[in-house]
Design a protein. Structure first.
Length: 208
């Protein structure tokens, strides 16, 4: 017999986690945090700026408040939280939206196909399913999203590496597989005495 004294909360939290994730990813896709970087705005103004239908807009914004991704004042105006201002405003050097865009466009849909992938044992989407990874480079839009995602995903690690590694003992460095060059840029910004750069595949030259 099942132990009813054991809470199902952890199971349910995982089961419903996709709703929180998609709310954030859609907000980034719509440019909500970029708009609110200009200042607090009411539901009508936000609905118009983002090109939304009125139905569901307020609930969507309030859901983001509940998720602590937005603040709402007593006048019903929405604003970015401190974390949103730091990491979701595209004008900030700490912006992580590029990574979230990549997760939304590519990874979110890929995980929806996990069950058939496990059953069939073969790729379900992306370049591997289409015929090979080299085909990936022919889709300019998808490739640019991928590169931006790599930049967004490596930015914080690059800054930590620039801060923690004893670069004063070195004069040069090279980043192999540099994508858009986020890593060497962050290191060079922090340590003017260094000389370095990055290497990647020639297909990246047109997408930097």
């Amino acid at each position: 017999m099942a132990d009813l004294a054991v809470s199902p909360d952890h199971i349910l939290e995982i089961g419903f986690a996709f709703r929180k994730s998609k709310a954030l990813l859609s907000a980034v896709e719509l440019g909500l945090f970029a708009v609110l970087a200009e200042g607090p705005q009411g539901v009508e103004a936000l609905t118009c700026r983002l090109g939304l239908q009125g139905r569901g807009a307020r609930d969507f914004f309030d859901a983001l408040v509940a998720l602590e991704l937005l603040d709402r004042d007593d006048n019903g105006r929405y604003a970015n939280t401190s974390a949103g201002s730091a990491y979701l405003d595209p004008h900030q050097p700490t912006y992580l939206g590029d990574l979230l865009e990549y997760l939304n466009v590519r990874m979110y849909r890929s995980w929806d196909l996990l069950t058939p992938a496990l059953r069939q044992g073969r790729p379900q989407c992306g370049p591997a399913a289409a015929g090979g990874f080299m085909d990936f480079y022919t889709d300019t839009a998808a490739f640019e999203i991928f590169l931006k995602g790599m930049t967004g995903g490596s930015r914080m690690a690059a800054r930590a590496l620039a801060e923690k590694f004893p670069w004063e003992a070195h004069k040069t460095f090279v980043d192999i597989g540099t994508a858009q060059g986020c890593m060497p840029v962050e290191i060079a910004r922090a340590h003017a005495h260094l000389t370095g750069g990055g290497f990647d595949l020639p297909q990246l030259l047109c997408c930097r």
